[in-house]
Design a protein around this ligand. Structure first.
Ligand SMILES: Cc1cc2nc3c(=O)[nH]c(=O)nc-3n(C[C@H](O)[C@H](O)[C@H](O)COP(=O)(O)OP(=O)(O)OC[C@H]3O[C@@H](n4cnc5c(N)ncnc54)[C@H](O)[C@@H]3O)c2cc1C
Length: 403
């Protein structure tokens, strides 16, 4: 499909529908759930009831050939609120992992269980980061050992900072099978609901995105059926054999999976940035100092002009990468990373400027820009820090192993 900036009627309707939910349900509840630092289950239920949370919604959004529906939805949800947006979107991390590594049968079996149903919505968790393996994924210590007698995998280790860790119905856990192969010796496993040995007792307290649950996850002799290895054993054995021969293909495939998910994350950052920009624009038009609205000072008006310009630039990069990913265009210059890098840094800069434009009021919890400022910061950290995005881009454009 050709790249086209005009949204079609279906996409415009989708945007308005999600925007309406964000405006009428998410925004009014944002401050409360930020203070409570809890998953807003009633909002998940409401979203599930109207079809905005669930397997079907995800399939419809992902199947759009232009690739733009997903960033459009994410921008509107996170315009509503970052924390609640993440509570609604955190499951998609697990789904993306199942989609990226699983067989069609595994997709059909597990993705619906990540979401639950309309009456009883659930969440999924993707557990990859570890205390000693953050940006350095290859340093992963969690081990998966195959028990041939029972056709089970036994998982042991510790995962850090897992969104929905411990409260998820389905946990997708990455583990090393052959540590000597680094990231190419790793695989992902489904941990089905209620599996003994998985525990996440400590909920983490955060700067922002507080309505999204984050926890460390401990795996103590967690036994999962052989069928829970994503992609299946035959494919794993073939992949490990290729890696042992020194072939690079599988590493490149997983890099592409990351690149594909980055524009959707960038769109989340964009939503927070746009919300802060709109709020501060409105405030600047109404706040009077020295006998005139503060927006009549170039210092303020130009800051708003820059904020708008940066948001538009970031959106173009996000949409381009989303379209490229959906239409199988190669990311020859790290375009997926470029979109996430730019959107994340724009969100941090724009929300900081919004606080500045509101002055003292911006520093108070009475106005949402304070929360947006806290929420935005995560976008230069998770799903690959800004430095890691720059590594990906610089390696792509130089062809060198930049460190
Ligand atoms: C709220 C939240 C939710 C999260 N959700 C999930 C989740 O659901 N699942 C999951 O698996 N993980 C999750 N994470 C983890 C997140 O992805 C990691 O925090 C992130 O990848 C960075 O890893 P780290 O924190 O160990 O930082 P480190 O890797 O220790 O990095 C520290 C600093 O060093 C820099 N650095 C590291 N290596 C290099 C290098 N080679 N070159 C230049 N700079 C470098 C980094 O950019 C960073 O500035 C979440 C984190 C948070 C805070």
């Amino acid at each position: 499909m050709e790249f086209w900036l005009d949204l079609n009627e279906e996409q415009t309707d989708l945007r308005e529908w999600v925007h309406g939910f964000a405006e009428s349900v998410i925004r009014p509840a944002a401050a409360e759930w930020d203070e409570r630092e809890e998953t807003p289950w009633p909002i998940l239920q409401e979203a599930a009831k109207i079809g905005l949370y669930g397997f079907e919604f995800l399939v419809n959004t992902w199947s759009d050939m232009s690739g733009l529906s997903l960033p459009v939805v994410n921008e509107e949800l996170f315009w509503g609120d970052g924390g609640i947006g993440m509570a609604l979107s955190g499951t998609s991390l697990a789904v993306a992992a199942i989609y990226g590594s699983g067989t069609p049968d595994q997709l059909v079996e597990w993705v619906p269980q990540c979401f639950g149903d309309e009456a009883d919505p659930k969440v999924g968790a993707f557990c990859s980061t570890e205390p000693e393996a953050g940006s350095d994924v290859a340093a992963m210590r969690t081990r998966a050992v195959y028990d041939e007698a029972s056709d089970e995998w036994v998982l042991n280790g510790q995962k850090a900072y897992a969104t929905n860790g411990g409260i998820a119905n389905v946990h997708v856990v990455t583990a090393s099978i052959d540590p000597s192969l680094g990231s190419r010796g790793q695989a992902a496993f489904i941990v089905p609901p209620g599996t003994p040995g998985l525990a996440a007792t400590k909920k983490l307290r955060k700067l922002g995105l507080r309505a999204s649950h984050t926890a460390d996850v401990f795996l103590d002799d967690v036994r999962v059926p052989g069928s829970c290895l994503l992609g299946g054993k035959e494919a794993l054995d073939a992949r490990l054999a290729r890696a042992r021969e020194g072939k690079r293909a599988s590493g490149q495939a997983s890099m592409r999976t990351f690149e594909l998910s980055r524009p959707a994350v960038g769109a989340q950052a964009l939503g927070i940035a746009r919300a802060a920009y709109e709020y501060s624009l409105d405030y600047a038009q109404n706040r009077v100092q020295f006998g005139r609205p503060i927006v009549e000072n170039q210092a303020i008006a130009f800051a708003l002009a820059d904020m708008r310009t940066e948001i538009d630039a970031a959106r173009l990069l996000v949409w381009r990468a989303a379209w490229m990913g959906r239409n199988d265009r190669p990311f020859t210059a790290g375009e997926g990373s470029t979109s996430k890098l730019k959107a994340g840094e724009v969100a941090v800069a724009v929300t900081e400027k919004a606080v500045q434009i509101l002055g003292g009021a911006g520093y108070l919890r009475d106005h949402p820009v304070e929360r947006m400022f806290r929420d935005a910061k995560i976008y230069t950290i998770f799903e690959g820090t800004s430095e890691i995005q720059r590594l990906v881009i610089s390696r792509a454009i130089t062809g060198r192993q930049i460190r």
